[in-house]
Design a protein around this ligand. Sequence first.
Ligand code: WTA
Length: 631
Amino acid sequence: MQHLRIKSLKEYKETYQKSIEQPEQFWDEVAKSFLWKKEWDTTLEWDFTKPEVKWFQGGKLNITENCLDRHLEKRGSKTAIIFEPNDPKEKAQHISYKELHAKVCAFANVLYNNGVEKGDRVCIYMPMVPELTIAILACARIGAIHSVVFAGFSANALAARINDANCKILLTADGGFRGDKVTPLKSIADEALKSCSSIEKTIVLNRCNLNISLSENQVWWHEELYNVNNKFEAVAVDAEDMLFILYTSGSTGSPKGMVHTCGGYMVYTGYSFLNVFQYKNEDVYWCTADIGWITGHSYIVYGPLLNGATTVMFEGVPSYPNFDRFWQICEKHKVNQFYTAPTAIRALKKHPISMVEQYDLSNLKTLGTVGEPINEEAWHWYDEHVGKRKCPIVDTWWQTETGGIMLSSLAGITPDKATFATLPLPGIQPVLINEVANVIDDVVAQGRLAIKFPWPSIARTIYGNHERYKDTYFSAFKNMYFSGDGALRDADGDYRITGRVDDVIIVSGHNLGTAPIENAINEHEQVVESAIVGFPHDIKGTALYAYVVLYNDVSPSEFLKIEINQFISDKIGPIAKCDKIQFVSSLPKTRSGKIMRRILRKIAANELNNLGDVSTLLNPEIVEDVIKGRL
Ligand code: WTA
């Protein structure tokens, strides 16, 4: 696929132009460099009013042939995955394309023997070990739909996701290592399974030797492998068949199971990986995300493997055993492209610069960030101390819903600019929308970010709830996909993301909806109601601030705060715990009863001079009280 790599600014401009003037021809050409079992009949059919988007209809393929089989002849012995364990004393593993192919086929046989067929949903709740990638690919090999649930989620959150997708099989591990902790995944899964009747079998990997026992319908991963060979013919699926479901937070209600399909997702993640990171054949690429999130799906697993790249998988955390772990790994594996989150950069930046400087980072060519806006200071630190001012930084804006990177510079090809995601990738047509829902034509502008034409990896629906998909993304502006983010555009046409404009809060790069956290708090028997907002935080970017109303006869206490956080941890997971919990006598509300989060957000951020008009509130007098009790 190297011929698809854009090699100059001029070429980017020409390619971009073509991609919007003749999108179908453009994507046709890109798609042709993949392996199809049968070519497609129509490149694109779409109607954002339904909404319906279909790419490469009539085409048949299997994405794993593109990730694996296709590379065997030329680079079968090339390392596909470098696995770096949590404990630096444990040896790293190098898995070649040939070995990965064999392992995926073997595990596809295991799944098949356990009743998995094309179209079945398989829930994967696993630590960051190679078996996770193998499991994902094995599902895809069969044409089964994987639903990976981040291994930091609680039993409740896991159960909700299993039930929403009606998963048939659960893949998990005894535990997962993360820093000096072991997460007891299997016992969390057992708790979840009490309310999941659709799961027929659980396959358990022994990662931590926790000495657990299995119950009925639970089998050991390694024992299942005794009985299979490593051949498995890739099942031909339709381009528009589902490849996976991945849950993301919404501003209301339950998490949304975003559905991605096989053909378009393959074409877009493969193409964007190559161009954004400017991956060349012998490079070692490392994305520090967790595969439980979209970044891991698209740019640890699929994008790199589609390109025959060497992708590093790291099991641990940036702080273990010390805050130099990332840099030590970069040196050890001679990493060329390094892709991480602003929150990690901010955390590492707090430590002495010698932590970075003691390592040889001379192999680094490209740095990347994703997940939230990066502040100026963090950007410059990253540029100076990690990239030594010689590595372009790609600030990649995208979403679970978009499947792949939408706005970003192309490393070393199009210019980067501190705190700007910069320009759209070929095929992406961003627009800014003003308060009255019109497209802003001026180049210099600020507004809500929408996309006016489909691209191959746009999510096709929310699993089991197409209406919600339509409402959330296609009802705000006619004939456009609305991202939920705000952005500004400067005189160069470069975009800078200013943050969410809805009730999703990004904490340490994790997408959290306010509603599920509030629901968790409200389940506490001493709580009447609550409101969650984000406030600026040095390391997390944004942290959570909870305003909680208690019943009259309850006295506020530190103990109650701990209990409330425990509730959140149990219902959603530790990532959603609140940094600050303020007890208030009531919440500011509009006359229609809606919580005025705007005011609460400003109070939490200590922006007290510009609270705006509070006179329209149902209970304006409460605002003073809330300010007085501010933490
Ligand atoms: C935010 C992660 C600023 C944004 C791939 C988006 C960003 C949400 C950036 C999606 C960036 C992601 N600059 N903000 N480079 N990248 N975001 O679904 O608010 O976990 O809507 O996908 O993260 O988060 P998600």
